[in-house]
Design a protein around this ligand. Structure first.
Ligand code: SF4
Length: 392
């Protein structure tokens, strides 16, 4: 059952200095032409999957990018088309403050979007400039207010470890964000991705390198400040008011099948689901021994894909790894499935190592949950779970 749908919009008005996502910086007529051609293709793909019956069980949809709001009226049109095939309880559109005006907020709500995820990153003007964001702090705050006024649930993305960022400026950003009462916040440490302009500049200016200690402090401070304001950390980078968790992201972390459409969109399907849709995804059947298929669309129109076939063992190791990103960790059912697929000895040994290193603990309901240390040393904990993918 495909319960989540992701749609990718690969356009932005300008390229941020840290960005290595698939997004083409375009404006004016060039953007209009490229976006309208792209949208036409994407709508046709949605219809094709809808007609194949692949969208009827979709419960969450997410339009990401890029900057989906650069589509203008095309974005509400896209939302309406999704809603013509399914009835998701949650439908999120990513947006950047400079292209999220009142009419966009109202049109998205009217079309059936329920949630907007705003790329705020920081409210410090110098930090915004340093990372090449084209909006101001005031535009970001106004965008939050606009989304709320339109009746949309709001999430804000924030980043730490930015060039010139200090403990004080991070505290200011956090407290101003908390004052706007978004429903949800995601907090990410900046990483310098190869090929991004900031990484290139950092080669000659080491002061642009993110300071790992400062980032760790910022992540802990975010947890403290957001926690005190009633936001609970339900995932390593995600905070929500009660009942405002992102159901779409939870689908990713709990091994649900999801369909990704559009250039650079990723999808993950069970072997049977893949086989049923292989003709539309340009792929060969999953083949014997495949537990799960992951793919990434590599072109605009849906003719080229990178496909990765996972064994049942790799799939269950991945479920454990993703599950440990979440505060609620993994339950007895998944652990018992993992034991039957990867072997009792291997799973119990990985669990005991996580417990003995203080990375995980048992909660009262018998779930294996990450500890504070496991949250801070996430890669070590996820690595232990992923190692179960390899045969003994
Ligand atoms: S808005 Fe997002 S996708 Fe677009 S350039 Fe900036 S970081 Fe990249």
């Amino acid at each position: 059952m495909i319960s989540a749908l992701y749609l990718h919009i690969p356009f932005c008005h300008a390229k941020c200095a840290y960005c290595d996502f698939d997004s083409r910086p375009l404006c004016g007529e060039a953007l209009e032409k490229a976006a309208s051609r792209y949208l036409e293709g994407l709508l046709a793909r949605i219809d094709a999957f809808g007609e194949a019956g692949a969208l009827s069980e979709v419960r969450t949809a997410y339009v990401g990018g890029g900057t989906p709001t650069v589509l203008g009226p095309g974005l509400p049109e896209l939302v309406r088309r999704v809603r013509s095939w399914c009835a998701p309880d949650e439908l999120t559109c990513e947006a950047n403050p400079e292209s999220f005006d009142e009419s966009m907020a109202a049109a998205l709500a009217e079309a059936g979007a329920t949630r907007v995820s705003l790329g705020v990153q920081t409210l410090d003007p110098a930090e915004l400039r340093a990372i090449g964001r084209i909006h101001t702090a005031e535009q970001a705050l106004a965008a939050v207010a606009r989304a709320r006024a339109a009746g949309l649930s709001v999430s804000c993305d924030l980043m730490c470890g930015l060039p010139g960022q200090s403990r004080e400026s991070w505290r200011r950003t956090l407290s101003r964000i908390v004052a706007t009462s978004p429903d949800h916040a995601s907090v990410y440490p900046l990483t310098l991705e190869e090929g991004a302009p900031l990484a290139h500049r950092a080669e000659t200016d080491p002061s642009l390198e993110p300071d790992a200690d400062l980032q760790a402090w910022c992540m802990e401070e975010a947890r403290r400040v957001l926690g005190a304001a009633g936001y609970h950390p339900y995932e390593v980078a995600s905070y929500a008011l009660p009942g405002r968790e992102c159901a779409h992201n939870i689908a990713y972390w709990t091994g649900a099948s999801y369909l990704g459409l559009g250039r650079s969109a990723a999808g993950m399907l069970g072997a049977g689901e893949w086989d049923a849709l292989a003709a539309l995804l340009g792929g060969e059947p999953a083949g014997e021994g495949t537990g799960r298929v992951r793919y990434v669309q590599r072109d605009d129109v849906g003719m080229a894909f990178d496909v990765e076939r996972l064994t049942a063992r790799e799939a269950v190791a991945e479920d454990l790894m993703l599950g440990m990103r979440m505060t609620r960790g993994v339950g007895p059912e998944l652990l018992s499935r993992a034991r039957s697929v990867a072997g009792e000895k291997s799973v119990d040994s990985a669990v005991s190592t996580a417990l003995s290193r203080g990375l995980a603990a048992w909660d009262a309901g018998g779930r294996l949950v990450p500890t504070e240390r496991g949250w801070l040393l996430g890669n070590e904990l996820y690595g232990l779970m992923w190692d179960l993918a390899a045969d003994d």
